[in-house]
Ligand binder design. Sequence first.
Ligand code: PLP
Length: 424
Amino acid sequence: MQLYPFTDPAAGAPRQIVAGEGAWVTDADGNRFLDAVAGLWCASLGFSDERLARAAYDQIRTLGYYHSFKNRSAKPADDLAAKLVEMTPGSIARVFLACGGSEAVDTAVKLARSFRIATEEPGRMKVIARTGAYHGSLGMSASLTGMGYVHDGFALPGGVVRVGRPHPYRDKHPNESDRQLADRLARELDETIRAEGAETICAMIGEPVMGAGGVIIPPEGYWPAMREVLRAHGIHFIADEVICGFGRLGTWFGSDHYDLAPDLMTMAKQLSAAMSPVSAVGLSAEVADALDVQSARLGTFGHGVTYGGHPAACAVALEAIRIHEEMDAPKVARQKGEALGALLERFRGMPGVGDVRRLGFIAAVEIAPDAGFGGAEVGAEAEARGVFFRIIGDTLAMCPPYVATDEDLRRMTDVLEASIKACR
Ligand code: PLP
């Protein structure tokens, strides 16, 4: 029997999914569900696709596996790296390939630390991360994830400095404006860095919009203020684009929307429209050049995984990027996001609802603390009505596939309304 990830064993047998088409999936009993979150924020082109299947098939018939270790490489991996350098923000000059988001995050931190070894600042090993962030569940990525149950007690790697999340609905002080919240968080970042010692910190990691922490959209002015503090202290910025990348916020990357110019960035999920396990880390020229010097000194770059740059996984990613480009994924996210936003308007001020938020094609409705019911009850009602939302505490998150239809979006919001009313 499978040991199920992120699953409460007391919750009973899982619902087994056997097929999918568009934004819909079918379970083993033949029930159909509209998935408002594209699985785990990833199946941007829906749950089955002829072109992506063909890309995997053709590649496996030609070259089903080769690695990129020790002066070898596979063509799809080189092609994917070149494509990603071309389409990522201008600061990104090189790309390392891995298999999933957690691996990408662990890799990015190792690269950020390698830079400090190369520049002879070996004391700069700490990484700043935020409360409520999700960066993965492996070694360093689990440590960085700002949710205690992912790392507490597992003796995972240390060196994490925690700062607050930019959550206007939850964390604003009384009478504080959005702008004042942004300035306060930047001030707190500066104070934290001074208290720890900038000479002990290599990087900060952040999702442009926090996804699994509850679709937390930072207030106006937050990212410019945060970036200014980091630059003043010579601290690199790692943009975790695992959810925001490939159009989701209405630009190709969250870093484009917020003009983050990251020194490192992680990509996964929609990189392959979730149809192959592939991830990537982008590096700035400054970081890449320093690593070249360091690798030359050591004789090799001591990092890599067997399936990093897997030809079939990369061929699928290249085809997914082609489809995303043909459809103009950022434009689709803007247009469908606006349609979803219009449908969500009626939730503002609805009894039991505390907050409604959206940017591009990612959105959330948060149940008010005094509603008398919680997100779990609403989510269960919605599932009984045939729609999966991602339940994060009292937040019901939406990150629909780009192929979701207007009718799908209407159904999603109608079911959400009916589910909230059923809980009242
Ligand atoms: N980073 C972010 C922002 C994520 O949302 C996730 C997964 O949800 C990860 C990293 C980890 O990715 P994976 O589950 O592919 O290891």
